[in-house]
Each structure stands twice: as C-alpha cells, then as structure tokens.
Ligand binder design. Structure first.
Ligand SMILES: Cc1cc2nc3c(=O)[nH]c(=O)nc-3n(C[C@H](O)[C@H](O)[C@H](O)COP(=O)(O)OP(=O)(O)OC[C@H]3O[C@@H](n4cnc5c(N)ncnc54)[C@H](O)[C@@H]3O)c2cc1C
Length: 383
C-alpha cells in the first residue's frame, strides 16, 4: 500500500455497508483507526434527521459505526471542531472541510501530522431550509416523510417512508433556484486530492455500484489508515476496473468544467466593485455570525476585528468587513457557511470570494492541490 494506489473497497460489516453512502468503507476505516489506537478520537456527524446533524468528536467505536451515511443537506464544516485539541484525530470531510483543516494547520491550530483526513468526493451540498421548501413546492412531498436521498445520473432522488422514490434532475432544480448551495456550484474541488484518502462513488462499476467506494491514496498517512482497516479485518478492497478509472476521470472533468462556468457566471466583472460591496453590505446588523462560523478564522472570540463591530462605524464601508476581506484574501475556502448563517441574507461568501479569487490565483492556488506543499507555500514564504 502506498501513495498513488487506487482501490474499490467496502465495509465487512453488512449493516454499515448497507447504511453507508456507498459501501461504508469510510465509516469502517474511521472505526478501525480508533479500535487499533491509530488515533485518539474520530469526528463524525450524529444524524438527527435528513436535514439536521451534530458534529461530534468521539472515542466510542459504536458511535462511529452508527454514523454511516451521506447527509447532503447538512453543510457542516469540521475544521474548528478539531482545532487546539492536541489529539491524534481522524476526520472525514468534503473538499471545503479539507481546505479548512489545512488552513487551521497553517495557523498552528491543528497539527496536520496527527490528523488523518478522509476526503469525500463532493458534487455539492444543500441548505437544509431551502431543501425542505423545495420538497414541498417542487417535489410535492412532506419533508418529514423523507427517509433517505441519493444523487444518481444527475438526479436528486428522495426516498419516502412509503417506499417510493422521487427524482428530479439537478439542472431543473437549479433553474428553479433550488438544488446545491451557490458556493458548491462553483467549487472546483470535486475529488479532494488534498486529503490523505479521497473517497467517492464515481468510478464504482457493475455489481459494486452503490455498494463500494472508490478510494485514492494521496499520502503515506492515507496508506497507513487504509492498511490499518484492512489488517483489522474491517474493510476489503480490490483493484478498480480500467473502465471505472476512466469513468471517474470523465465525471471529474465534466464537474470541474461546470464549476468553471458557474464561477464565470457568479463572478461576472462589475464596473464599480466598491459600490457593489457597499450596497451588498448595507444591511449588515453587526451580529458577527459570519466570523463565528468561519472555519478558517482562528482569531478567537475577542479579536481586533470584532471590536470594529459598531453601529457607530462611520466609515464608508464597515471596518469589520474590510478587515475580514483582507483576512480571508488568501484563505477563504468558499464553504458558504457565512452566507448560510447571515440573518440579513447578505451573500457573504460571494463577496469574500470576489475579493479572494484574484489573490488566490496570484498565489498559484489550484483547486484540489495539496496546499501544504509548493508552489503554494514556496510562493508564500519567499515573497
Ligand atoms: C455532501 C456530500 C456530497 C457528495 N457528493 C458526491 C459526489 O457528487 N460524487 C461522489 O462520488 N461522491 C460524493 N459524496 C461521497 C459519497 O456520498 C460517500 O460519502 C463516499 O463514497 C464514501 O462512502 P462510504 O459509504 O464509504 O461512507 P460512509 O461509510 O457512509 O461514511 C461517510 C462519512 O461521512 C460523514 N458525513 C456524512 N455527511 C457529511 C457531510 N455533509 N459533511 C461531512 N461529512 C459527512 C459521516 O459522518 C461519515 O463519517 C458526497 C458526500 C457528501 C457528504
């Protein structure tokens, strides 16, 4: 087992395999890491229902085994949860979670050497409240009747308690203003090559489709993590079919192209950037929720920019936001959480990214690249 290997794998535990997003491999790898003391704790989502879940750090193997499954309407980000814990931790995460963890690593709040990151391929997540509204108005089903969902062949399919399946194409949903969150549409990290392992269902073919995960080993730590689960007898892997590898590459390319088109559309150039920023921010109520939820910010509660929050702020543009724009220029990961929580409905992620995109392009950042390595660090340190 070494960096660069690719496999198709699944959980040996039939129950976990059935409940898992695609074969339960991720859950069993996390459980094995805990069971064999490779890590002290694991992060998982504790499901409440299809639209709500609580991220937990646990050392209970059963709690990990119970967490199998993908929640597409729970856009949580785990980076802050594992900051400053001083433990060996294994954590699953979408591309944005992975970037945020690396950002926390750059701020010395997470020791990346002690952190095992299992990346999940991600075509996008959905806002829970918007999804509930979409279910009622577009699908004509009661949100509380939903007991599972999946994405297959471009369709978002909800399963209801009566055993029925209801599918509509994501394109159609997005035309109606529903579907994936805006930042997910233009996010180009579809396969998190910046994680120790990258796992997803793209490229799983034949009888194994839906019952196994395609795994990419991206680091020595990733190799150790997967080998540990195999040695513990908790997962099984085999070589993927050449056809599967080709399909996976093709889907990745299509998804990245689509993200590029969304990026051009969302960030259409404007003549007067300052006027745009000021107009969008005029309804800010200085609640600070955007900073609290931001997974890359590690300033803590009492930081300088928080003190700039003031209704008496007489500047033409809020000092708080000006500071945050600069603060996030090299590190906004576009996770969308600030927009999700803003009570004034300000499209904050779009604004932060509009500011950050040219800076990150200049720094040589490319989606999915390992930002712990050159050229990103090289550019940063030599400048
Ligand atoms: C929002 C989302 C979108 C995805 N989109 C795609 C896609 O387009 N193409 C593709 O190939 N694969 C996608 N995946 C990955 C896929 O659904 C499976 O997670 C992956 O194949 C691993 O399957 P598994 O059965 O081994 O994982 P499991 O054994 O089911 O383990 C999944 C782990 O992910 C955690 N988790 C669940 N939901 C979330 C969440 N919202 N955020 C962070 N962690 C979570 C769980 O706590 C659990 O630890 C997506 C996953 C998510 C969460």
């Amino acid at each position: 087992m070494e960096k660069g290997n690719v496999f198709v794998g699944w959980s040996i535990n039939e129950e976990v395999r059935k409940r898992g997003g695609s074969g339960g491999l991720v859950t069993s790898v996390l459980a094995a890491a805990l069971d064999k003391k490779l890590v002290d704790a694991v992060v998982v989502l504790k499901k409440i229902n299809e639209f709500e879940a609580v991220p937990v750090i646990t050392s209970d193997v059963d709690e990990v085994l119970n967490s199998a499954g993908s929640l597409h309407s729970v856009p949580s980000n785990f980076a802050k949860l594992i900051a400053d814990k001083g433990m060996r931790i294994a954590v699953p995460g979408k591309g944005c979670d992975v970037r945020a963890i690396i950002e926390q690593g750059k701020r010395n709040a997470v020791n990346l050497d002690n952190t095992f990151i299992i990346g999940l391929n991600c075509g996008g997540s959905m806002h829970p409240a918007v999804t509930r509204e979409m279910l009622e108005t577009v699908y004509n089903i009661k949100p509380d009747d939903v007991e599972g969902e999946e994405i297959e062949k471009g369709k978002l399919i909800f399963k209801t308690k009566d055993g029925q399946e209801h599918g509509i194409t994501i394109d159609e949903l997005e035309e109606k203003g529903y579907g994936r969150r805006e930042s997910c549409r233009y996010c180009a990290i579809k396969i998190p090559a910046n994680a120790d392992l990258a796992c997803g269902n793209w490229g799983v073919t034949g009888d194994l489709a839906g019952r196994a995960t395609f795994v990419e080993v991206n680091s020595e730590k990733g190799a150790k993590l997967l080998q540990n689960a195999i040695d513990a007898g908790m997962v099984e892997v085999k070589e993927p079919e050449a056809k599967g590898i080709a399909i996976r590459g093709k889907i990745k390319g299509v998804m990245e192209d689509l993200a590029g088109k969304w990026k051009d559309k969302v960030f259409e150039p404007v003549d007067d950037r300052l006027a745009l920023f000021r107009k969008e921010l005029e309804n800010c109520i200085d609640c600070g929720a955007c900073k609290t939820v931001c997974p890359t910010c590690s300033c803590g509660e009492v930081s300088k920019c928080t003190q700039y929050h003031s209704r008496a702020d007489g500047y033409k543009m809020s000092m708080f936001h000006l500071t945050r724009f600069l603060h996030l220029a090299d590190s906004c990961i576009g996770c969308g959480q600030c927009t999700d929580v803003c009570p004034a409905d300000i499209p904050l992620t779009r604004l932060y990214r509009r500011f950050a995109n040219p800076v990150q392009d200049e720094l040589g950042y490319e989606p999915g690249m390992d930002m712990r390595k050159p050229p990103y660090f090289e550019v940063k340190l030599n400048d």
